[in-house]
Write a protein that binds this ligand. Structure first.
Ligand SMILES: [Zn+2]
Length: 186
C-alpha cells in the first residue's frame, strides 16, 4: 500500500491510541524500523517530522491517477453491492448448497503463486463449513477445512467427513474446528 513512516506516524497522531500491536514483518530493514519509530514518537507526543525511510522518494510513492480511479470504482461497486445485499442473496445464494470462489494469491515475500478454490456451505442455521483446495506453483496440493465458531451440528459433521475423505486424496490436510478450538493436520 506504500504507506510511509510519516503516514503511520500521522495516523497515530490523529487516532491517539493507548496501545499499538505489531503484527507481521514486511520490509524488515527498509521500512519497519522507521514505521515503528514514527508510531512510538507519535504516541509519546514527540516530534516525528524527521523520520524517513532510507529510500524514501515522494514521487515514486505517488499513486498513479488510473489507480485512484480504479479504487474509486471498486469502492462504488462494493457500496452498491452492500446496499443490494438482500437481492444479491436471493439471486446468487438462496437455494444453493455451496458457493464457490476461485482466486490466485501471490506471496511476494516467498515468491509463491497459489491457486485457491474455496467452497462455502450455504446453511440457514450457521455461517457454514468452508473448505479450501489449494495448489501452489511449488508443487504442493493441500486441502483445508474450517468449521466456524458457531457452526451447527450438521456443518460440524460435514467438516469431519470432508477431513476423512481428503486424507485419501491429498498429501496435506488441515481441519480447524473453531467450535472446540481444535486443530488437526496430516
Ligand atoms: Zn450449518
Amino acid at each position: 500500500m506504500n504507506f510511509t513512516a510519516q503516514g503511520y506516524a500521522k495516523l497515530n497522531h490523529k487516532l491517539n491510541p493507548d496501545i499499538a500491536v505489531l503484527e507481521g514483518g514486511y520490509s524488515i530493514e527498509g521500512a519497519l524500523p522507521y514505521i515503528n519509530l514514527g508510531i512510538i514518537l507519535a504516541m509519546a507526543g514527540l516530534d516525528y517530522s524527521k523520520v524517513r525511510e532510507p529510500d524514501y522518494n515522494k514521487e515514486k510513492l505517488r499513486q498513479p491517477k488510473d489507480i485512484t480511479e480504479y479504487v474509486k470504482k471498486v469502492c462504488e461497486l462494493t457500496h452498491s453491492q452492500w446496499k443490494n445485499r438482500k437481492d444479491l442473496y436471493i439471486k446468487n445464494i438462496r437455494g444453493k448448497d455451496y458457493i464457490q470462489r476461485q482466486r490466485q494469491v501471490y506471496y511476494d515475500t516467498d515468491g509463491i503463486l497459489e491457486d485457491q478454490v474455496q467452497n462455502f456451505k450455504v446453511c440457514n442455521k450457521c455461517p457454514g463449513v468452508n473448505t479450501i483446495d489449494s495448489k501452489s506453483d511449488t508443487g504442493y496440493h493441500i486441502f483445508a477445512i474450517t468449521i466456524p465458531r458457531d457452526a451447527c451440528p450438521n456443518c460440524i459433521d460435514e467438516g469431519y467427513r470432508f477431513y476423512k475423505h481428503a486424507l485419501k486424496k491429498y498429501s496435506h490436510v488441515y481441519l480447524q474446528d473453531r467450535t472446540s478450538d481444535e486443530y488437526f493436520a496430516k
